[in-house]
Write a protein of this length. Structure first.
Ligand SMILES: [Zn+2]
Ligand SMILES: [Zn+2]
Ligand SMILES: [Zn+2]
Length: 210
């Protein structure tokens, strides 16, 4: 066991770890015990990681602690960082599932590279909440004459769509008291308008305009 002070897990490492961890969890839940994605090496010492232990909270900072095994290095993760990366995790998992379906599998190197790209400011993420594209921004919106050519479909934002998936998870996992909080935060994070078309999110969580 390593007793040094935990270090903050950088966003790129946290994103790669979250994607791999969730992908392994889903596969194990589906009964697949072979060909699980390996974890990335420990960000502190570079040692191979066999197991990642999540929790308990750090007593000084109340941050979640993630411990790499066998080296025992501890890293802290803030809820802000998790929320900031949540959409990237979802998008990357969807891509990996698509690759799995095509039997292409996913390589850890590709996940690490993408996690780095998505979290490096010089290389803005393509997600809906890229820093230069705040909620309400029309920067990426298509010209009006192009919009007029589109047949409008109802739009549900990624945040609200994921929140509604969580409703199902809440019903299936009544013991998980943390889930409603995640759901509510996702609804709050909705940017309200589709970034390319400006169409308003149809989720019932938003008050209907007068
Ligand atoms: Zn280590
Ligand atoms: Zn919503
Ligand atoms: Zn919404």
């Amino acid at each position: 066991m390593n007793n040094t002070e935990p270090t903050v897990l950088p966003d790129a490492d946290l994103l790669a770890l979250s994607v791999i961890w969730e992908h392994r969890r889903q596969r194990q839940a589906a009964g697949v015990k072979i060909l699980l994605l390996p974890f990335v090496p420990c960000p502190t010492c570079g040692a191979p990681v066999d197991e990642v232990i999540i929790g308990p909270q750090d007593q000084a900072t109340f941050l979640q602690v993630v411990t790499m095994q066998p080296c025992g290095h501890r890293h802290t993760v803030s809820e802000d960082a998790l929320l900031r990366l949540q959409e990237h995790v979802g998008e990357m998992l969807t891509d990996i599932e698509d690759a799995d379906r095509r039997d292409e599998g996913a390589s850890v190197e590709a996940i690490v590279r993408e996690a780095h790209d998505r979290t490096t400011p010089d290389n803005p993420p393509t997600s809906e909440d890229a820093p230069d594209n705040p909620p309400g921004s029309t920067r990426e919106q298509l010209p009006d004459d192009v919009l007029a050519l589109l047949s409008h479909r109802t739009y549900l934002s990624t945040a609200c769509e994921t929140a509604r998936l969580l409703d199902g998870a809440i019903i299936r996992n009544p013991g998980r008291a943390d889930l409603p909080g995640h759901r509510d935060r996702l609804h709050q994070r909705c940017r309200r308008n589709q970034k390319f078309t400006g169409v308003a999110c149809s989720c019932p969580c938003h008050p209907t305009p007068p």
